[in-house]
Design a protein around this ligand. Structure first.
Ligand code: SAM
Length: 447
């Protein structure tokens, strides 16, 4: 790999004897990985792949993006180093969590794995195109307790003062740790880039701190080696606000953060650095900070409220009674003709760019209700009246958008379609055919 000269000089100075093996590791193959999804009722049978010691759901190995397992959200492709962030976050069911820089959704889906749909996960992405991908991944994963936003941190901070127990800042960075995974990252790099990124990181953190409950935790991570964006940012946070740096467990190959690359504060060694010449993964930095603020959380003045008319409610209830069991979300909200569940502890969302206020249930049509793809992927077997097994060949036709056939005896109605044990979408059976409700924008050709 042709590394920029300034990059080589910088890391020769910082790493000394370790520099040559570091540069050489950037020419080696990457190590792909994936996590299995505990929110799905049937986890894929224990993969043959080697499991990842520090991540409960993680494995080494490649994921086929056009497989049933991927489309149904039973697995999520993620680089092994990135998996340590979701573990360090130590999220519990019931937590109020903000994932501030969330797309495409690696950390969001990871922390959701530990929430069991309890508590609130606000997942935000500033870039609209990327926010759409975040929506896809959240829905595929079957997450029910996520509010998905497309906002800048400043505007978010106005709506969620002192609101979250834990905030993940997986910061936009100079991406040095991704050089070998994504060669483009080298093109953006110049000697000043890390300090430019650091300025943006401070702006993001400044807003994040306003949203943290007293005593809450910030998990700050990057995929760069640059001290300006790693130890020096954590040092700045400590100097500017009242935080302690939590110790993070180091597994084999994980190194401590380097105090000498910032102001020498030994607490910085509590952070973690992942270098590809020591660790089986890409470059990463992870830190966890606890707020020492002992103030009170802020009371919310205006909460989000339901806005359903009696007629709309009736259409949903008719669908629910005919098709669902043990699934009765209490709080429902309409955005246009789209029906969602929502968390009634949320503030009013006026003035925020909302991608999904909660789990998408479906569309209110003139005289009927049409269930959503997200609902099909979130429901477990005891929550659906009609389920229909389809073969992998039928699945290929389904994700391509074609009508598929079924037995003439199958009675008319909505069915959650199941392939290889996993829900893959809804279909409507009429006279031996299954009308296709796989979303148009997600259709793909397998062969
Ligand atoms: N957490 C993601 C995951 O695990 O899949 C990866 C996030 S990526 C490292 C950083 C994200 O920050 C990008 O999606 C980028 O669009 C977003 N971003 C860029 N500028 C930002 C800003 N000023 N405020 C907040 N987010 C920003």
């Amino acid at each position: 790999m042709q590394l920029p000269n300034d990059f080589k000089t910088k890391y020769q100075k910082l790493l000394g004897d370790d520099a040559e093996s570091f540069f050489a590791s950037l020419d080696k193959e990457t190590n792909p990985g994936f996590r299995i999804n505990p929110l799905k009722e049937y986890m894929p049978s224990e993969p043959d792949n080697e499991s990842i010691e520090y991540c409960q759901y993680g494995y080494y190995g490649d994921v086929n993006g056009k497989s049933v397992e991927h489309q149904s959200g039973a697995i999520y492709s993620q680089e092994p180093s990135a998996m340590y962030v979701g573990e360090v976050a130590d999220i519990k069911p019931g937590d109020y969590v903000l994932d501030l820089c969330a797309a495409p959704g690696g950390k969001t889906t990871h922390v959701a794995s530990y929430m069991d749909n309890q508590g609130l996960l606000v997942t935000n992405e500033i870039d609209h195109k990327r926010a759409k991908v975040l929506v896809e991944n959240v829905e595929r994963f079957g997450i029910r307790n996520a509010l998905i936003l497309n906002e800048n941190p400043n505007n978010l901070a106005k709506h969620f003062p002192r609101f979250f127990d834990k905030i993940l800042i997986d910061a936009p960075c100079s991406g040095e740790g991704m050089f070998r995974k994504n060669n483009d990252a080298i093109q953006y790099w110049n000697a000043d880039y890390p300090s430019q990124c650091a300025t943006r990181q401070k702006e993001i953190i400044e807003q994040a701190v306003k949203m943290l409950k007293p005593g809450g935790k910030i998990i700050y991570s990057t995929c760069t080696f640059a001290p300006e964006e790693d130890e020096q940012i954590v040092e700045w946070m400590k100097d500017t606000y009242d935080f302690s740096i939590d110790p993070i467990k180091k597994y084999e190959g994980m190194l401590s953060g380097k105090p000498q690359w910032a102001d020498g504060n030994e607490e910085l060694a509590n952070t973690v650095r992942l270098f590809p010449n020591h660790f089986k993964g890409e470059g990463h930095f992870v830190s966890k900070l606890s707020s020492n603020d002992e103030g009170n959380a802020k009371k919310i003045k205006h909460r989000l409220k339901s806005n359903l008319s009696i007629d709309d409610k009736k259409l949903w209830n008719e669908f629910k009674e005919a098709n669902l069991n043990n699934f009765d979300p209490k709080h429902l909200i309409l955005f246009g003709d789209q029906l969602y569940t929502f968390d009634n502890t949320l503030p009013d969302l006026k003035g925020l760019k909302v991608m999904r206020p909660g789990l998408h249930l479906g569309t209110i049509k003139k005289k009927r209700f049409e269930p959503s793809y997200a609902l099909a992927l979130a429901l477990h077997s005891d929550e659906v009246v009609n389920r229909l097994e389809i073969s992998e060949d039928d699945w290929k036709q389904y994700v391509h958008g074609d009508v598929i056939n079924c037995d003439k005896d199958v009675k008319k109605g909505w069915y959650q379609l199941i392939c290889k044990n996993q829900p893959v979408g809804f279909g409507k059976v009429v006279n031996g055919t299954i009308k296709n409700f796989f979303p148009k924008g997600l259709r793909f050709n397998v062969d």
